[in-house]
Design a protein around this ligand. Structure first.
Ligand SMILES: NC(=O)c1ccc[n+]([C@@H]2O[C@H](COP(=O)([O-])OP(=O)(O)OC[C@H]3O[C@@H](n4cnc5c(N)ncnc54)[C@H](OP(=O)(O)O)[C@@H]3O)[C@@H](O)[C@H]2O)c1
Length: 298
């Protein structure tokens, strides 16, 4: 159960001896989480596509931090990251699937997937599968309140036959993340694995997520809206930190801010749409993700 006390980073137990991989750990919520985890003594692996930016963040953190290149929009980079991780790091307690993009103009990844789907869901799906033999405790995947607007079109996951809608594409990818986190928990349990799969969302947090729309004006409006309605990146990182560190998590649970509309506030259990609880869809989506990425697990 989540405590009714406002849970913040001061409740995080000592993290010495734990290794945590944070994708997108070089900015926004990922960098905030990395700072807190490092302060608490965790060894960190920042999995980033901009290594120079990652090194800059790492230099300011206490303790051992490794920065490894990872572009989630390129499955060959995901495979290369997993191979390097196995060679150079070996094992981690927690993988945090944090990196993502939002409201981008229509574009595809190196492998031809719609950019939101590829970066936010298929890349993390493949990464999780490839790292699974090297993980010992938890996988945390970031979703969003926007998942509620999402609809999974299994016949057109990549927006090739539908008229492209940037928010629809983002929402589909974040719904896919939540379905994935829950299906992963069911599959881990069925296979007798002690690993936990959890999901989290930051509410609305002031980060650089608003920089991708392709229009400066639109980016600025989005950024202003998130600053006015939302909370800081540090507050936005709390639900993922809760999922990654709290001893009280429930298998397959979804955490987010507990204020009105789950936009801001301290973390607790988050609500989800009916579509996010559709086990049959989660199964079908898993099969499609295996087919599209070529990564099959657990
Ligand atoms: N902020 C919010 O209000 C909000 C709300 C709901 C959900 N979320 C979720 O929270 C997560 C973190 O977002 P944020 O707000 O912290 O945004 P952010 O400040 O833009 O940070 C996103 C991170 O993801 C990385 N990234 C993007 N594409 C990548 C790729 N192809 N490969 C590897 N890394 C990539 C970025 O790296 P670069 O620096 O190289 O671009 C950056 O480090 C996302 O999953 C987002 O959907 C955020």
């Amino acid at each position: 159960m989540v405590s009714t006390v406002a849970w913040s980073d001061e409740h995080i137990p000592d993290q010495h001896g734990r290794t945590v991989v944070v994708t997108g750990g070089n900015g926004g919520i990922g960098a905030e989480a990395a700072q807190v985890l490092a302060d608490k003594g965790a060894d960190l692996v920042l999995a980033v596509r901009d290594v120079a930016k990652g090194e800059k963040v790492a230099a300011a953190l206490p303790g051992p931090v490794r920065v490894l290149p990872l572009d989630l929009a390129d499955l060959s980079s995901v495979r290369a990251f997993a191979a390097r991780f196995a060679d150079e790091v070996g094992q981690a307690h927690v993988l945090v699937n944090n990196a993502g993009v939002m409201a981008v103009p229509q574009a595809t990844t190196k492998d031809g997937f719609e950019l939101h789907l590829g970066t936010n869901f298929l890349g993390p799906f493949a990464l999780t599968g490839l790292l699974l033999p090297h993980l010992t405790e938890r996988v945390v995947t970031l979703s969003s309140v926007v998942h509620r607007r999402g609809h999974i079109d299994l016949d057109d996951l990549n927006w090739e036959r539908r008229r492209y809608a940037r928010w629809g594409a983002y929402a589909q990818s974040k719904l896919a993340d939540l379905l994935f986190a829950r299906e992963l928990q069911r599959r881990l349990a069925a296979s007798g694995s002690p690993l936990l799969s959890l999901a989290a969302h930051p509410g609305v947090a002031s980060t650089e997520l608003t920089r991708h729309t392709g229009s400066r004006m639109r980016d600025a409006m989005l950024s202003l809206t998130s600053r006015v309605t939302g909370h800081s990146a540090a507050m936005g990182a709390l639900p993922l930190l809760y999922a990654a560190c709290s001893p009280d998590v429930a298998p397959g649970a979804y955490y987010g801010p507990t204020g009105p509309g789950e936009v801001r506030g301290y973390p607790g259990i988050a609500g989800s749409s009916t579509a996010a609880q559709d086990k049959a869809m989660a199964k079908q989506l898993w099969t499609r993700a295996e087919e599209l990425t070529g990564v099959r697990y657990p």
